[in-house]
Design a protein around this ligand. Structure first.
Ligand SMILES: *Cc1c(COP(=O)(O)O)cnc(C)c1O
Length: 377
């Protein structure tokens, strides 16, 4: 599927006739002409500019863009991806509820779920992506199914439409972390997902210089999250950071095209390398279209010892060693900490796993860098 021309227009902000970049409204408060007007604003802070912990005009520009890209009614931005995830959990769940996590999900999301046990919220992780197995894990108390597709580290995809149909049957809300695909390559709302979450810190901002998060979904669901969690947790996105994400969006289609194409070249080059046991890239697997892939994937070394992983990572030059992903620079990391092999195997992850975030250096240079690092001498 080529990138939808409408999405390119949304990213460029073509509907704003007044300016190409939105003004940065760096103000904490928005005074009103009368007490009546202030009271009206306070009665509906999710749509009025009263205090920047609630709404801010610059942040709202970005929220409209993300809602449009996701084909959602509404969007709320947050000070980080984790603030958005926390707001979903705290806004929609209560003591006695159960959350089902499907597929490998972002580590801190699960850490949050473990902390929520203290408040009587239970959870379970399903790694068998067969719909029958997923249905078996649904309990009468399951209120939320949270998932990623492709999932963290192994990039396994699941039948999103099948999963959302199953959830609707059981009257369970679905929430999906769509940071990997971006709305250009996957639009979960159109597949029946209720809430879409983005770590805008990654591809949407795209330059490793801002931390931001977003939720897209129905007005009703987002209003509930706004009053029960967002306004009270205080995980607010600053106007300047919203402006940076807005600027990042302008080049999102161009960046994603290059990242996708280069990652496909690097992945297929790695598949043929004798030091590589396996490549985890979702392109063409289980019917997932290679044209809808981003630049983040992983591979396994044939020699899965920590010392071998460390040696390869330390020899890479263009791939810089860092957490996070989605910027212009290529990055490398491993879930292997040198002492957690058992934990990794329990999650079906090989200790020889190395994750790459392909940047804009060009596929030829990146393959050369990998070739140098994988050489035995
Ligand atoms: C980084 C990340 C998050 C969290 O986003 P932050 O902005 O770092 O809080 C959530 N999900 C995925 C898949 C991520 O990679």
């Amino acid at each position: 599927m080529p990138i939808d021309p409408r999405d390119i227009e949304i990213c460029l902000g073509s509907d704003d006739a007044a300016s190409v970049a939105p003004p940065i409204e760096q103000s904490a408060i928005f005074p009103k002409a009368s007490l009546r007007e202030l009271l009206d604003g306070l009665a509906a802070e999710h749509i009025h500019h009263v205090y920047t912990r609630g709404q801010n005009p610059t942040v709202e520009v970005l929220e409209r863009q993300i809602a449009n890209l996701e084909r959602a009614e509404a969007c709320k931005c947050f000070g980080s991806g984790m603030a958005a995830i926390s707001a979903v959990m705290l806004g929609l769940l209560q003591s006695g509820d159960h959350v089902l996590f499907v597929n490998q999900v972002y580590g801190p999301t699960l850490q949050l779920a473990r902390h929520l046990e203290r408040f009587g919220i239970a959870h379970e992780v399903v790694l068998d992506l067969n719909l029958t197995s997923i249905e078996r894990s649904i309990r009468p108390s399951t209120r939320l199914i949270w998932f990623e597709s492709p999932g963290t580290m192994l990039f396994r995809t699941l039948d999103i439409e099948g999963l959302t149909a199953l959830a609707r049957e059981h009257q369970i809300t679905t929430a999906m972390d769509n940071s990997w695909a971006t709305p250009l390559f996957q639009k979960p709302i159109t597949m029946g997902v209720d809430l879409v979450m983005h770590a805008c810190s990654k591809y949407l901002a795209g330059h490793s210089d801002v931390i931001a998060g977003a939720l897209a979904g129905s007005r009703a669901l987002l209003e509930r999250i706004f009053y029960r969690a967002f306004l009270l947790n205080g995980g607010v996105l600053h106007p300047f950071d919203a402006w940076l994400v807005n600027r990042g969006l302008k080049t999102l289609p161009a960046r994603m095209r290059q990242l996708r194409d280069d990652a496909l070249v690097v992945a297929s080059w790695l598949r043929d390398h004798p030091a590589v046991a396996r490549v985890h890239h979702p392109g063409g697997v289980n019917g997932y279209d290679a044209a809808n892939c981003s630049g983040l994937f992983a591979f396994e070394l044939a020699d899965a010892r920590f010392s071998a992983v460390e040696r390869v990572i330390d020899r890479l030059r263009l791939f810089r060693t860092a957490v996070s992903w989605g910027g212009t620079e290529s990055l490398v990391v491993t879930p292997n900490r040198g002492h957690n092999e058992e934990d990794l195997r329990a999650q079906d992850v090989s200790p020889g796993l190395i994750r790459l975030s392909v940047g804009l250096e060009g596929a030829t240079a990146l393959c050369q860098d990998l070739d140098d690092a994988l050489k035995h001498d």
